[in-house]
Design a protein around this ligand. Sequence first.
Ligand SMILES: Cc1ncc(C[n+]2csc(CCOP(=O)(O)OP(=O)(O)O)c2C)c(N)n1
Length: 343
Amino acid sequence: MSPEEKRRLARLACQVRMGILEATHAARSGHPGGSLSAADLFTYLYFKELNIDPSRPDWEERDRFVLSKGHTAPGLYAALAARGFFPKEDLLTLRKIGSHLQGHPNMNLTPGVDMSTGSLGQGISAAAGMALMAKHQHKSLRVYALLGDGEIQEGQPWEAFMFAHHYQLDNLCVIIDNNHLQIDGPVEQVMSPYPIPDKLRAFGFEVQEIDGHDFDQMEQAFARARSVRGVPFCIIMSTVKGKGVPFMEDQASWHGKAPNDEEYAQAMSLPLRRPRSWARRMCWAVCGPGTGPIIPTRWAGSRRWRGSISSTITLSFSPGLGCETCRRGSLWWTSFAAQICFC
Ligand SMILES: Cc1ncc(C[n+]2csc(CCOP(=O)(O)OP(=O)(O)O)c2C)c(N)n1
């Protein structure tokens, strides 16, 4: 992989990680840990591996992706938004009533979601069925399924693995996110599924172990998966739960907990990103990276009045809004061209 491509993917993975943080922080709930461990994989799949078209999420010939570890929906949503399946702003509606982004993926609501999941162990069965369907219909599409290392403590995946081998589903690529932690602590202590590679091989899979944060290794493994004939393929990726946010890394406590305001600000200050809007840049300059303006979801009811500061630009402003961190911004000016936070 060229250095430019790797940089591009790294930048996108950073966006995906920020999307995870923004969504779970806004929802005040959700699963950041396992979303972050798989963020590099989501990025690689949606920006390099999958044959998909965001403008046609129901395109029949598309590759399918099943997030069997459905609780890590924030990671999937952040990747789908980054890839253009829906606006990034939707991430802030995670888990809200009426939002298409519920706590677990719903194929009937969210563009780009191929299977509703959340009950651990079931997604892989659906993925195996999709792969068999594709074989019957002589379609060249491929099916990818992501499972957690805690998830494979369930019995159902092993029946699906047996099924995949029996029906020679070489169009199925199983990926296991081996971050060593689950909801209650270390996977080994709760009920060890190890050694995972030996067990998958015994079930007839071709297996490759990789570092799940290394795009070169992903490229090599997915290329090999595409070339294997007659048997299903499994990529076991070694990852760090909470990867990218140091205080979340390798901590089971971040399995299903949202960052509070302080933690969110701290986490968002890590990636070096240049805010796009003027308002955010002002907050960034005064209150630090990761801060931004309070953006009203509804203007209705707020007092607005208009004044002309030049003959060419008309500004409207609303009092009482300001920087989401310091809340000192007394005035919020908006125009069709720019937004400026005077904090
Ligand atoms: C059938 C079922 N049992 C229990 C749960 C609750 N649950 C949600 S996440 C989780 C732990 C999953 O661990 P792992 O697969 O390792 O996920 P990751 O660390 O990648 O987030 C559990 C037990 C569930 N969603 N489905």
